[in-house]
Design a protein around this ligand. Structure first.
Ligand SMILES: C[S@@+](CC[C@H](N)C(=O)[O-])C[C@H]1O[C@@H](n2cnc3c(N)ncnc32)[C@H](O)[C@@H]1O
Length: 232
């Protein structure tokens, strides 16, 4: 796992912020020990604060893994609230199902199995919070769906946006195999920071977290009469 912050800072942050209690805390410790890529503890705490403030009813997550963050997010839902979570990796989902049962959250967490690129198109929402924590190279492709599924006042939280800090380096100073992802993430970050309907902040903790608040409706572009005629 890559981090923007150094080992000393990570160790310090983890020493001042307690791990979660109950079965959720056990799942967190097991996942860390097994090197399952769940959100780092300091990002989990950021999620807790954001969800306490946002008070979502329905949450969408892209990237379930073993259902640690899905279980965490359930703590901030009202009685009737739900987390819908997408993952394409059956091996992870097997553990996720076991963990959801351990937490007694079978009625709160709905797993959608498959590629988010296909599933997102079928969803109608709205989701007050969307937590995107999946393949970074696809974030830009997922973005229009997330923006469609978020109501005005909704919050998009995106994990792992800074590639261990290498995003700040020039394209040619990162290893060749990382250049495509580097370019895609930079394009994604440019889009969310320049989007007219979003108020965005990029926070350098964990591997970088982007927060995008949807402040107004997104009006689909309409074609002028000339453009319509030319297209005919
Ligand atoms: C970083 S892990 C998610 C961790 C989880 N949110 C947590 O903190 O507990 C990323 C997950 O996204 C899934 N994933 C990556 N790309 C995906 C895609 N295009 N569609 C569905 N799932 C995807 C992977 O299988 C993996 O389980």
């Amino acid at each position: 796992m890559n981090y923007v912050t150094d080992d000393t800072m990570n160790a310090y942050l983890r020493s001042v912020q307690p791990m979660y209690d109950g079965v959720l805390g056990e799942i967190q410790k097991e996942a860390i020990a097994a090197e399952v890529p769940i959100v780092p503890p300091e990002v989990a705490r950021l999620l807790s604060v954001l969800l306490t403030m946002q008070k979502p009813k329905n949450i969408l997550e892209i990237g379930t893994a073993v259902a640690f963050s899905a279980g965490l997010m359930c703590r901030y839902l009202p009685e009737e609230g739900t987390v819908t979570t997408i993952d394409r990796y059956e091996v992870m989902l097997k553990d996720a199902r076991v963990n959801i049962k351990r937490m007694g959250l079978e009625d709160k967490i709905k797993i959608l199995e498959g590629d988010a690129a296909d599933i997102l198109q079928t969803l109608e929402g709205p989701y007050d919070v969307i937590f995107m924590d999946a393949a970074k190279g696809q974030y830009q492709a997922f973005l229009p769906h997330c923006l469609r599924l978020l109501p005005v006042g909704g919050l998009l939280i995106v994990d792992d946006v800074l590639q261990g800090g290498t995003i700040a380096q020039t394209r040619f100073s990162v290893p060749r195999r990382q250049r495509t992802i580097h370019k895609r993430l930079r394009n994604f970050l440019w889009e969310i920071t320049h989007h007219d309907a979003l108020e965005t902040s990029i926070i350098p903790i964990g591997d970088g977290v982007a927060l995008c608040y949807k402040k107004k409706e997104i009006i689909p572009e309409t074609k002028t009469e000339g453009e319509t005629k030319n297209a005919e």
